[in-house]
Design a protein around this ligand. Sequence first.
Ligand SMILES: Nc1ncnc2c1ncn2[C@@H]1O[C@H](COP(=O)(O)OP(=O)(O)O)[C@@H](O)[C@H]1O
Ligand SMILES: [Mg+2]
Length: 332
Amino acid sequence: MAYLEIRNITKRFDKQTVLDGVHADIEKGEMVCVLGPSGCGKTTLLRIVAGLETADCGSVYINGRDCTALPPAKRNFGIVFQSYALFPNMTVAENILFGLRRKRGLGREEMRARVDEVLRTVDLSEHRNKYPRQLSGGQQQRAALARAIAPAPSYLLLDEPLSALDAKVRLRLRGEIRAVQRALGITTVMVTHDQEEALTMADKIIVMNRAAVEQIGRPREIYDRPATPFVASFIGAMNFYPAQGGMCAIRPERVEIAGTREGCDMVAEIKGFEFKGAMTRIYGVLPKQTEICVDIASDRADGIDISRSAKLYLRMPEEHLIKYPPAASRVM
Ligand SMILES: Nc1ncnc2c1ncn2[C@@H]1O[C@H](COP(=O)(O)OP(=O)(O)O)[C@@H](O)[C@H]1O
Ligand SMILES: [Mg+2]
């Protein structure tokens, strides 16, 4: 039995189906990312797990108990939103205390000790008496996280907690959130539209598209064996080309460059290249105008003639080819 069981959740707003039979299991202590493009239903799913929204049908089990009809106040979760929903007229410590008051049976001293503890956890002890406006965006999100974990919730829900932050802070906070999550061993569901964020942070990724789950798996599985063309193209870079009885996909770093036509699988004409630091991406076209790109170590690119219209002899190793049937190809 999984800790959070999402069973066949369907939700409509007016005539629009926002969630269509969503099914997922989240194990205790797991960090799960719900990943998908904007508007695919991620936030609605998270709100249903929180009890902030009701599903039209389906159920949510928490720790084996059917919680579908349970109000949010009885579900014992912590939540962090994209925009830091801190109270602007309260200091960081007061914000955290506010969340703790909901928890019955805690004395004044215990509350104070708990505030100190979570402030240390998110490394904000020095800023305890500051107001949100006196903090950076990253610090505000750490304060929001501290407030969410202070009552020792049984699970944590994060809705794009990093997307309002600038790139550098976002990268650092990925690691920090993950470290806190691991240290507490708290079951966490994080919504994101950023594939790199999901790949780097999650134990397991739930990929959604248009109200439905496309694939659930570990980051490496999702990357190496995308179940559908949508997953293949949404996560990382991917080449697609028609093949007998369907379509083939291969990652740019998996395509090999052969020295000669002999033994190569395809010949591409070079259209351009992009220096990306450690890697260089070569763009080309296959017969029938199918575009292809190949990533190689930049050191190696120096030895290749990358002038326009030069020929590139390519090998597509069988073990890295992903094949999709014609039906799957059409729904991309
Ligand atoms: N309260 C609501 N009323 C009507 N439509 C809504 C409501 N909430 C969300 N939607 C619609 O449901 C779809 C999914 O929204 P959402 O779950 O927020 O997606 P995501 O978080 O993946 O961007 C969108 O088309 C959105 O406009
Ligand atoms: Mg959303």
